[in-house]
Design a protein around this ligand. Structure first.
Ligand SMILES: NC(=O)c1ccc[n+]([C@@H]2O[C@H](COP(=O)([O-])OP(=O)(O)OC[C@H]3O[C@@H](n4cnc5c(N)ncnc54)[C@H](OP(=O)(O)O)[C@@H]3O)[C@@H](O)[C@H]2O)c1
Length: 324
C-alpha cells in the first residue's frame, strides 16, 4: 500500500487527509512513479477550496512531482524502470508516495538536477518560461511589472527577466520579501500593502507606464495593473491568489488599446514539443547558474495541510516541496 493525501471536502486545509491507497499496476501508456519530491503550488489551494472544479470527492490533489519510474504499462517504450522523471499538470494526484501517470507527459531528468529541484521548478519554472518567452516575449531594455515577486513563480521570473535584459519592478508583501526579490533580480521591489504602487510604477517610468504587467494576485491588483500599462500594453492575468477577478468590461481595453490575456500552463504545455522545449530552456538556465531554484520550505507529505496554511497566509517565499 502507498500513502496519498486526498481532499475530503472543499474548504480549509483541515480537509486534506492522508490515506492508504492501492496504486496498482500501470495500464497501457502509463508509468508508475515512486515519488521522492512533490511540488506545492498555489493551484493546489484553488483545487482544495473548490475555486477550480475537480469533480467528485474525495479527490486526489497535486500537480507536480519527481521520482523514479518503477514499472511501465503496455506500449510504453520511451521509459524504463529506474529512469528519473518529473512532471507538471495531467491527472491530479501528486501528493502521494507512488502514483500512475501518462508516460508521454513525463520529462526525463538529467543527472545534475536533483529530485527536489525538479519538483520545485516544473510548474513555477515552466510558467515563468511561457509568460516571459511566449505570452509577452520580454525584450532587453524593457521595464516590466511582476506581482508577488518573492513567490515561487515570482523569484524564478525575476531572475529570468533580468537575464533577458529587462528592468524588473515587483510587488511583495513584506520587507523581508523585498530583500529576497532584490537578491533575485528585482530592481525595484514595492510593498503593495504599504505604498501607492501604481504611482511608484509611473514614477519609475517617467509617467509612461510599462508594456506588460504579469498579475497572479487577481482581485486586489488587477485594477491597478491596468493603470500601470502604457498604451497598447499587455495585461497578463495568470492567477488569483487574492481572489477571483471581477468581470472586466471590453471598453476598459479601449482606454489604451490594451491587450488582456488569461493564460494557463495547461495550454502552453499541451503539445509534448512545447513541454520539452520549455523544460530544455529552463534546465539550461538552471544548469549555467542564471536561475537558482529557491526551495525555502520543505514539509513532510503528511503535513500537507500545514504547508497549505503557510502558503495561504503569505508566510512562504520561493518554492515549497513536500517530501513523501
Ligand atoms: N496560469 C498558470 O499557468 C499558472 C501556473 C502557475 C502558477 N500560477 C499562479 O501564479 C501565482 C503564484 O503561484 P505560486 O505557486 O508561485 O505561489 P506563490 O507566489 O509562492 O504564493 C502566492 C503569493 O501571492 C501573494 N498574495 C497576494 N495576495 C494574497 C492573498 N490575499 N492571499 C495569499 N497570497 C497572496 C503572496 O505574496 P506576497 O506576500 O508577496 O504578496 C503569496 O506568497 C498563483 O496565483 C498561481 O495560481 C498560474
Amino acid at each position: 500500500m502507498a500513502r496519498a493525501v486526498r481532499i475530503q471536502a472543499f474548504g480549509g486545509p483541515e480537509n486534506l487527509k492522508l490515506e492508504q491507497i492501492d496504486v496498482g499496476a500501470p495500464g497501457p501508456g502509463q508509468a508508475r512513479i515512486r515519488q521522492t519530491a512533490i511540488g506545492l503550488n498555489y493551484i493546489d489551494v484553488y483545487h482544495r477550496t473548490g475555486h477550480y472544479p475537480i469533480g467528485d470527492l474525495p479527490a486526489p490533489i497535486g500537480s507536480e512531482g519527481a521520482g523514479v519510474v518503477d514499472a511501465v504499462g503496455e506500449g510504453v517504450t520511451s521509459l524504463k524502470p529506474g529512469d528519473r522523471v518529473a512532471y507538471v499538470g495531467g491527472p491530479l494526484g501528486a501528493y502521494a508516495d507512488e502514483r500512475l501517470y501518462p508516460a508521454d507527459r513525463l520529462v526525463p531528468l538529467p543527472d545534475w538536477i536533483s529530485d527536489e529541484q525538479a519538483a520545485a521548478m516544473m510548474m513555477q519554472g515552466l510558467t515563468a518560461q511561457y509568460l516571459l518567452r511566449r505570452t509577452f516575449p520580454v525584450q532587453s531594455g524593457q521595464t516590466i511589472l511582476f506581482h508577488a515577486a518573492a513567490g515561487g513563480v515570482g523569484l524564478i521570473a525575476c531572475q529570468w527577466a533580468k537575464a533577458l535584459g529587462a528592468r524588473v519592478l515587483g510587488t511583495v508583501g513584506s520587507k523581508a520579501k523585498a530583500e529576497l526579490a532584490a537578491a533575485n533580480g528585482c530592481d525595484v521591489p514595492m510593498l503593495y500593502r504599504e505604498e501607492d504602487w501604481v504611482a511608484h510604477v509611473k514614477q519609475e517610468t517617467d509617467g509612461k507606464g510599462v508594456p506588460v504587467v504579469y498579475d497572479s494576485v487577481g482581485k486586489d491588483t488587477v485594477k491597478g495593473s491596468f493603470e500601470c500599462l502604457q498604451p497598447i500594453g499587455t495585461l497578463v492575468v495568470f492567477g488569483q491568489s487574492s481572489g477571483p477577478v471581477p468581470p472586466i468590461e471590453l471598453g476598459q481595453l479601449a482606454k489604451g488599446s490594451y491587450f488582456l490575456t488569461r493564460p494557463s500552463i495547461a495550454t502552453y504545455t499541451a503539445a509534448r514539443s512545447d513541454l520539452m522545449q520549455g523544460a530544455a530552456e529552463l534546465f539550461e538556465l538552471v544548469k549555467n547558474g542564471t536561475i537558482k531554484i529557491n526551495i525555502a520550505q520543505r514539509f513532510k507529505l503528511e503535513d500537507a495541510a500545514e504547508a497549505h496554511r503557510a502558503l495561504e497566509a503569505r508566510e512562504t517565499t520561493g518554492s515549497t516541496i513536500l517530501i513523501p
